[in-house]
Design a protein. Structure first.
Length: 516
């Protein structure tokens, strides 16, 4: 990158920090810090949600999948969008009912619906899963940024030699902690809106430029030569396969009400109808951007070719997309896109830091004390855990040895909380779901992915199950266990904590229509 590019990127970062400092003054309460006072409107919420889902690790994962598998994941994404948009975006399945509960966090709802003792268990699993899920983000983003900018692998400062990727990773974590520390959800939502605007604009420009320069005939020929039919058919053995596709469809469904950062923004909406509209817009824009990124990854394969001699496909495709962009973009645009990538990393990390610290404080620490924390103490403790999570992520990044693709790692750690999503959906729609059933399903869905993640770190390729087999087994087993145990323990009776929030949704919708 040229001096002008670095100047542009640095100037935009300073402007964003100034905005964050100013927005931090708007926090007046714990509700402001965690949920922005429940005043988030649909377009602001949609932009913030898009920025959260369009992290740099997700961008790197999409480019990697585009290079490795061609159009295969694009077809899966299109099919998935045809499912999620009507079910969640238009109908608001689960989305509107959860917002009508007025719960700040997922464990709070499970406390109300099942048993207060469940809150601690769920809080621990959510925090563990979420922190493990996001732990890969800064180190992945750092590798991507270093490859994109062309910085050397190491640099010296006086008598010391430093690893550039690790220094970059620490800087990313510090910046994310700073944004979250300053103003909570108010700062996160508004700065995410700014970041989303820059990221989406930059990616659209880069994608159009990449694809128009290559042309469809060259793309088709390269994919056929390098990947074969698997580049166009996701169901083939050499591509994703049916097991992986079913796993992702189930995981996308249950995690709508299990993934704390997304649910926290849903709870920040000013009404159930606004939460539904946010989900609709976010699904369309989020899936659309993912398809666009996969196309850029395909363009990178066409430009760079297949795996060079002496390198493995997994290591080469992880960050080859960054090299392609570095060799393609002109001066000035390089600086703008680097800033966009940096913002993409920060917009995800700050949302996750806030969400997981809120879960730890509200659902693990606070229940251990008889008296509720004062507002100042509550925010102070949350900030302390934000710093601790940041330190853990730095330690993880310094020692992480990847055993799977970026996308598979993200999906597997996301499967850890799949049982929680199943318990939430069942709690909202099935009156006979019991506490014992919920606990059994949640534990079942957490144990199998943990065994996969840590088992592969210990024994590597000798682990008996593939990532997708472990993920699908965990989700199906959790559903079966929850239903069976609920029938055995509840004897077909309505559970004590059951509330039909569908009635409340209808009332709130009627009030909103009358207010227009």
């Amino acid at each position: 990158m040229s001096t002008l590019d670095w100047t542009i990127a640095t100037g935009l970062l300073i402007a964003l920090i100034v905005a964050a400092v100013y927005l931090g003054r708007l926090n007046k309460s714990v509700a402001d810090f965690i949920l922005a006072g429940r005043k988030v409107r649909k377009y602001l919420g949609m932009s913030s949600g898009t920025a959260e889902g369009l992290g740099l690790a997700s961008i790197a994962a999409s480019l990697q999948q585009g290079m490795q598998n061609g159009f295969a994941l694009i077809w899966i994404s299109i099919i998935l969008m045809c499912y999620t948009v009507p079910v969640f975006g238009l109908i608001g399945f689960g989305i509107k009912r959860f917002r009508a509960t007025l719960c700040m966090t997922i464990p709070q709802f499970l406390d109300q619906r099942y048993d207060p003792r469940l809150r601690l268990l769920v809080g621990v699993i959510l925090a563990l899963s979420g922190i493990l899920n996001m732990a890969i983000f800064p180190i992945t983003s750092s590798y991507f940024l270093v490859a994109f900018s062309g910085l050397p692998e190491v640099f010296t400062w006086g008598a010391w030699t430093f690893d550039t990727v690790h220094v970059c990773m620490i800087a990313l974590v510090v910046l994310a902690v700073l944004f979250t520390f300053l103003g909570g959800m108010v700062t996160v939502v508004v700065t995410d809106y700014i970041q989303a605007t820059i990221v989406v604009s930059a990616m659209l420009f880069v994608g159009i430029m990449t694809l128009t320069e290559l042309g469809p005939s060259l793309i088709h020929r390269t994919l056929t030569d390098e990947i074969g039919e698997a580049a166009f058919n996701p169901f083939l053995r050499g591509s994703y396969g049916l097991t992986w596709i079913v796993w992702v469809f189930l995981l996308t469904t249950v995690n709508k009400l299990a993934f704390a950062p997304a649910v926290q923004k849903m709870a920040s909406a000013d009404s159930p109808e606004t939460a539904r509209k946010m989900e609709l817009l976010q699904s369309i824009f989020g899936m659309g951007m993912r398809i666009f990124l996969l196309l850029i990854g395909i363009g990178a394969l066409v430009s760079l070719g297949g795996v060079p001699a002496g390198e493995t496909a997994e290591s080469y495709f992880r960050f080859a997309g960054a090299i392609h962009l570095r060799e393609t973009l002109p001066v000035v645009l390089m600086g703008l896109v680097f800033a966009a990538f940096l913002f993409a990393s920060l917009s995800t990390d700050d949302s996750y830091l806030l969400a997981w610290s809120a879960v730890i404080v509200n659902d693990i620490v606070q229940p251990l004390f008889k008296k509720p924390f004062s507002p100042k103490a509550h925010i102070r403790i949350m900030r302390g855990f934000i710093v601790l999570i940041g330190l853990f992520i730095i330690g993880f990044g310094l020692t992480y040895d990847p055993q799977e693709s970026i996308l598979d790692y993200m999906y597997m750690t996301g499967t850890l909380i799949g049982g929680i999503g199943i318990a939430v959906f069942m709690g909202l729609y099935w009156s006979k779901a019991t506490t014992a059933g919920a606990v059994s399903g949640i534990i079942t869905c957490a144990v199998i992915p943990l065994a996969d993640l840590f088992g592969k770190q210990i024994v590597g390729d000798r682990y008996p199950l593939t990532t997708q087999q472990s993920g699908l087994l965990a989700l199906i087993s959790a559903v079966v266990v929850l239903v069976v145990v609920s029938w055995l323990t509840g004897r077909g009776r309505v559970a004590p904590g059951w509330v039909d929030y569908g009635v409340e949704v209808k009332r709130l919708d009627a009030e909103e229509k009358g207010a227009r």
